[in-house]
Design a protein around this ligand. Sequence first.
Ligand code: MN
Length: 185
Amino acid sequence: MPLNTYHKKRNFLKTPEPKGRLKKSLFKKLFVVQKHAASHLHYDFRLELNGVLLSWAIPKGPSLDPSVKRLAIQTEDHPISYGSFEGVIPKGQYGGGTVMLWDAGEWDCEDDDPNQALEKGHLNFTLHAKKLKGKWHLIRFKKKEKTWFLIKGKDRYATSAFDITLEKPKSIFSKKTIDQITENN
Ligand code: MN
């Protein structure tokens, strides 16, 4: 069942995260990145497909430099409603820590069939978000493993001049830093 793993990992009496459910697909596909200060800081990279948000945890966050491969560990599918969540997951709960809406927008698949491309382990796509734009690739390291790499495609949005996670550290929703979200909770 879709979202089974997501629901099993969480106690919705204790976490403010959305319970969510399967959503009928829309014409436009949501893209979101959530900066998550859990036991280890990471960036949760999510693409809407098949009524859920496919998810990867990226320890170092995205890089705009096409020569840089960022490790992306595939995690459980999340409900689409998770894409608007910003807040604090209580200590002791799954993923306990602060979640920031770091980037959001839409994505377009550049492959004929996104499900087939994911099965093959090489997804080509374009992002239309506030911080991340242009061509990107998600490439699986080994077949049947959850280890992928996120790589920027070569286009006018590619640059090695700065680190986007340092250059634009704040929430696109509240304009707050991760510490401010934690404090204001
Ligand atoms: Mn996370």
